[in-house]
Design a protein around this ligand. Structure first.
Ligand SMILES: C[S@@+](CC[C@H](N)C(=O)[O-])C[C@H]1O[C@@H](n2cnc3c(N)ncnc32)[C@H](O)[C@@H]1O
Length: 289
């Protein structure tokens, strides 16, 4: 195979070459991603590239960059390639054991933090924790809160544990392998859940990054996308303390149906929060005696 990063390549020329290749492969924001790959291959900070654009790549650095760029051109998600991402301004390790946390989920976190702080919540559950993004963010922002990070995937829980340690909250987050809330032994004051909600028939039309690399268990919500949320909606009332709330992330167009499910599950004061694009993204219900 012909080498893309030739002898004499500098940091600046490597960024341009990789960006060109990523653009051909259909990657959004090719230049930004090329910069990230060059930084990873050269172990440079963002400033490092800006300050030393004429740094010449050594042969091992060229080989490393070539390998990283090839993976990205095959549409493997950038966070899986560099092994980390940022969520709610917190550093998180990511791997194909769990989906890459999305920006939309920050709306769920923000809503849960605000309500948990206002009601003095002591114990929360992050259901479908994946890499632990929501649990870690809740624990980092609410120092008196204990969090149960639950997932049906053991591999995801291992990753969540690593992220708890990395963000110094492992002492307040316990990991639980559980199908929805079935493993929970005592009521909690807050349940934040980002469960799979993609319809099965939508799966093949997703971006290759998602369809071909992220775990289907984290995304596929069944024929109408609402399978896990519907099963959860009947469990909530028995696992919330009086005055506690559940906040669920939902897909575009699903909020009215999920609001109905929460009411049918005997939660009250059901409310919906929109994301920055105006799409109703989080549905919240309360347990009131
Ligand atoms: C959309 S991902 C969310 C991951 C993470 N909370 C985030 O926001 O990035 C959904 C997660 O739910 C988990 N999951 C799927 N079905 C489940 C079930 N029945 N019980 C518990 N967790 C489940 C998956 O393993 C996956 O980690």
């Amino acid at each position: 195979m012909q080498e893309m990063i030739g002898r004499g390549a500098t940091a600046a020329s490597a960024v341009a070459d990789v960006a060109h290749r990523l653009s051909h492969a259909g990657v959004d924001r090719p230049r930004l991603e090329a910069e990230a790959l060059v930084r990873a291959a050269l172990c440079l900070s963002r400033e490092g590239i800006l300050l030393r654009p004429q740094t010449q790549l050594s042969p091992p650095q060229r080989r490393r960059l070539e390998a990283l760029a090839t993976r990205r051109a095959r549409r493997e998600p950038l966070p899986y390639i560099i092994g980390e991402t940022e969520f709610y301004s917190l550093p998180l390790r990511v791997s194909p054991s769990a989906i890459v946390p999305r920006q939309e989920t920050e709306i769920l976190v923000e809503a849960a933090i605000e309500r948990a702080a206002r009601t003095g919540a002591r114990l929360a559950a992050d259901l479908g924790t994946g890499c632990g993004a929501v649990a870690v963010a809740l624990a980092c922002h609410l120092p008196n809160l204990r969090v149960i990070a639950a997932d049906v995937s053991f591999a995801a829980l291992l990753l969540a544990g690593e992220n708890c340690r990395r963000n110094s909250v492992a002492g307040r987050v316990s990991l639980l392998c559980s199908d929805l809330l079935s493993g929970l032994r005592a009521p909690v004051d807050c349940i934040a859940a980002n469960l799979p909600y993609v319809r099965t028939d939508e799966f093949d039309s997703l971006q290759p990054e998602v369809r071909d690399f992220e775990p289907r268990l984290g995304l596929d919500g069944g024929p109408d996308g609402l399978g896990p949320i519907e099963r959860l909606s009947v469990q909530l009332i028995d696992h919330l303390s009086d005055g506690g709330f559940a906040a669920l992330e939902v897909g575009a167009g699903q909020a009215p149906e999920v609001a109905k499910l929460l009411r049918a599950g005997r939660l009250s004061e059901v409310e919906t929060i929109a994301d920055y694009a105006g799409i109703p993204r989080v549905v919240i219900g309360w347990r009131r005696e």
